[in-house]
Write a protein that binds this ligand. Structure first.
Ligand SMILES: NC(=O)C1=CN([C@@H]2O[C@H](COP(=O)(O)OP(=O)(O)OC[C@H]3O[C@@H](n4cnc5c(N)ncnc54)[C@H](OP(=O)(O)O)[C@@H]3O)[C@@H](O)[C@H]2O)C=CC1
Ligand SMILES: O=C1O[C@H](COP(=O)(O)O)[C@@H](O)[C@H](O)[C@H]1O
Length: 511
């Protein structure tokens, strides 16, 4: 790396603690940051440099993949962390910040490169970018990049306003909008598996694929984020970003070059092909929304969403949604994409299932046997791997056909220690690779799609279904598929003949 000063706005917050400091440490340990860098932590509360370095150390001890060693390496890393108390609304503080970083530029020979990471509440994003410019922080001769957390707006109009604010200061090419799902190994692997295998790409269309199912299920409730979540809901929190991003990775055409803009152009074409819902009835026929009621999981009683901290006791915010999505282009015409996500479901799993069409039923074997469809499953989270379900003769039988599995368990080989999404994304932003960040037109089109659903829900709330915490969500989500002659495939450890995931090695901390 050529060198840079990194600024973490929101350095005392949860994201910095759980994700960003550990990501810096892993990158440092792997030599990806080099030695020419400094990190400036920024937030309002007072902290000395030593206190801040202790915070960073604690976070690394709790969350990093690497163990801290005592060979002097930690000291070299920690001395690069400085803290400055700053209210982002106070422009004078930005001038002081510029003075501090000019010194760091010289000390660590960073070439004037600056990366500003906004781990802040979204309403503060616009002010920071304006004050960075006012404070003179963008006047060095190196590059200046803005990394910005989700959510990027609440709907299309608010996202447009935010984008206009940022664009007054930064060019689009220098804005890195995070969707951490794009940093996940198996989400990135989708395009490699698709485009690098002769036996998948020719089948990747409506002639051979019956449907695609994307499930992002969580066992947690809203935890301490009730205030944010009650305003957002599952559609905005997960649908507008992570779920549509995975759908784009599955549906995009092969890019002509592996260049960030070519890949993002292909993804945008998918969003442009989404069939937009035309009315409230159309939304209700294709989208199911739910909210968890009291329930239980593994013998533990769980409260209802409306009983959670900072949640309106009469809230109609959805904690679950499932949708039937159509991509109206030549490749996907007639193939439904089913997407679902929810809090307080039975397992924490993200999986993408491709269900292939059955072989013609006039074939002798298909007539005689009740054949299961072939499945290709991308296991994204927390276990990583690829699973292929096919039919084969039961050994020793007289032609009995049974489903068998080919299971590539990435997590079994390397533990669940693949680089964290944030490591990958931070490294990419440092290198100026924007492939796995969302471009403005992606964000805008995703909001246009989601806003129609939200508008229909705002009109009437009687279609909100309550599901017991710890269950698989409203029964209407099952009907969404059965109407088309399909079913949700079981996820996470429930396929026949697959790896025993429970036996898979737990995280190993690297030394
Ligand atoms: N936490 C997570 O797992 C995830 C978070 N995100 C996103 O990341 C962003 C940060 O989230 P998270 O870390 O959880 O939030 P927190 O509330 O934990 O942290 C917010 C940070 O902002 C600082 N801050 C607040 N107001 C100001 C101000 N006026 N001037 C300077 N600093 C200020 C706070 O410090 P102080 O009070 O000292 O000023 C604190 O460091 C959000 O956009 C969130 O949506 C996205 C995905 C996951
Ligand atoms: O962005 C978000 O994602 C998390 C789920 O991420 P994962 O990597 O743990 O699958 C979700 O809990 C949160 O509500 C949402 O804001």
């Amino acid at each position: 790396m050529s060198g840079a000063v990194f600024y973490i706005f929101g350095a005392t917050g949860d994201l910095a603690k759980r994700k960003l400091f550990p990501a810096f440490y892993s990158l440092y340990r792997e030599g990806k940051l080099g030695e020419n860098f400094a990190v400036v932590g920024l937030a309002r509360r007072p902290r000395t440099n030593d206190q801040f370095r202790d915070d960073v150390k604690n976070s690394i001890e709790d969350f990093a993949r690497y163990k801290i060693t005592d060979d002097g390496e930690w000291d070299r890393f920690a001395e690069r962390f400085e803290y400055m108390s700053l209210d982002i609304n106070n422009v004078a503080g930005f001038h002081d910040l510029n003075v501090l970083t000019t010194k760091l530029d010289e000390k660590y020979q960073t070439g004037g490169n600056r990366l500003f990471y906004l781990a802040l509440a979204p309403e503060l994003f616009g002010n920071v970018s304006y004050n960075l410019s006012e404070g003179g922080l963008l006047e060095t001769k190196g590059w200046h990049r803005l990394v910005i957390e989700k959510p990027f707006g609440y709907d299309l109009p608010s996202a447009e306003r935010l984008n206009a604010q940022l664009r007054q200061v930064f060019e689009e090419k220098d804005i890195y909008r995070i969707d951490h799902y794009l940093g996940k190994e198996m989400v990135q692997n989708i395009e490699f598996v698709r485009f690098a295998n002769a036996f998948f790409e020719p089948l990747w269309n409506n002639k051979y694929i019956a449907n695609i199912q994307i499930t992002l299920s969580e066992t947690v409730g809203v935890e301490e984020r009730g205030g944010y979540y009650d305003h957002s809901g599952a559609l905005r929190d997960m649908g507008q970003n992570h779920m549509l991003q995975m759908l784009m990775m599955m549906a995009m055409e092969p890019p002509s070059r592996l260049h960030p803009e070519d890949i993002r152009d292909e993804k945008v074409k998918v969003l442009r092909s989404l069939r937009l819902f035309e009315s409230g009835d159309d939304v209700r026929a294709n989208v199911v929304r739910g909210q968890y009621a009291t329930g239980s999981s593994r013998g533990k009683d769980l409260p209802a969403y409306r009983e959670e901290d900072s949640v309106n006791p009469e809230s109609t915010t959805e904690t679950y949604f499932a949708a039937r999505v159509h991509v109206d282009n030549f490749r996907w015409a007639g193939v439904p994409f089913y997407i679902r996500t929810g809090k307080r479901l039975p397992v924490k799993t993200t999986e993408v299932v491709v269900e292939f069409k059955n072989i013609p039923n006039n074939v002798y074997l298909a007539k005689k046997h009740d054949l299961e469809p072939n499945l290709l499953v991308f296991r994204v989270n927390p276990m990583e791997g690829i699973y292929l379900k096919m039919n084969a003769k039961q050994p020793g039988s007289e032609g009995v056909i049974v489903p068998v599995a080919m299971d590539f368990c990435q997590s079994c080989q390397i533990g669940i220690n693949t680089p964290e999404a944030y490591e990958r994304l931070l490294y990419d932003a440092t290198r100026g690779d924007s492939t796995y960040f969302t471009r403005w037109d992606e964000v805008a089109l995703a909001w246009s799609y989601v806003d129609r659903i939200a508008a229909a829900w705002a009109e009437q709330s009687s279609d909100l279904k309550h599901y017991p915490a710890g269950s698989w969500g409203p029964v209407e989500a099952t009907e969404l598929l059965s109407q088309d002659g399909f079913k949700w495939w079981p996820i996470n450890g429930q396929h026949e003949g697959e790896v025993d995931w429970a036996a898979v090695q737990k995280t190993t901390v690297l030394t």
